[in-house]
Design a protein around this ligand. Sequence first.
Ligand SMILES: Cc1cc2nc3c(=O)[nH]c(=O)nc-3n(C[C@H](O)[C@H](O)[C@H](O)COP(=O)(O)O)c2cc1C
Length: 266
Amino acid sequence: MSMNEFLENRKSIRDFKSKDLSDSDLKQVESVISDINKLSKEYSVEYKLYNDGSKVYNALEGQGGYEGTMIKANHYIAMQVNEKSEEAFIFGAYYLESMITKLDKFKIGSCWVTISKASEESKKSAFDGNFNVDFLLAIGYAPNELGFGKKRFSSRIGVEDFVCDGSLSVPMDIDKLQNYGLDELFSYLRFAPSTKNEQPWRFVLNDDNFDLYIEQYKGVDNLIDAGIVMYYYKELSSYNNIDVNWFVKDNISDTDKFKYIASVNF
Ligand SMILES: Cc1cc2nc3c(=O)[nH]c(=O)nc-3n(C[C@H](O)[C@H](O)[C@H](O)COP(=O)(O)O)c2cc1C
């Protein structure tokens, strides 16, 4: 399956089968985690698999998830940020989303869970004393499709709602984007997941780059949203044989409404 198709079909799984992952699937998960830990180390981020799902769930119920609604799973992958920085959250998300695409190949479903507002005590009891975890991935087998051809996808904004030309107040002309050969890429990018599906990313075309901003920045959850969209921008580009790199411009400052994250070539 191409990255385009993956993104179009990607959706969060929140009602897992109560069955544990098989031993061979657990081995695959462990090997994916250990490969990615080698990359994320640079940002002092480490992923850990917790197989006693009910222990994690019980410790965080009422505290983790949207409005304290924890997602129940038999296994969780915790994103442990050992030294907090904006970069650590952005790249921690980047790598965790890359993990999701790898788990999908083994038919393992997942859902991001924010626990950024849970107490230190509850995190300590969930993760053997570690409290530097703000985000989790609940993982497991998806239930069988309900039938009737029903797919429960979350809605998405239009390309013109998050891609701008020259400045944040000028929506991009889709014909122009088409001339650059980037209309498809942005159309798929809309399917990137985000906190509460708020899709807070804004891309501004400036000469040879796009500058990425977050609208109405509300905290670390939005840094995760940024890292995820950066990952998919890179993957979709490489699927089109374009090698892109994210970098930070030092002449851009934040405004009341927009937080600058990073820039990319195309
Ligand atoms: C950083 C982040 C945190 C999230 N936290 C939760 C959560 O706590 N509970 C939940 O049900 N979904 C959570 N989600 C899932 C999003 O709500 C979901 O990805 C988004 O609504 C898009 O829906 P889809 O994944 O089905 O396409 C989170 C997603 C992200 C990116």
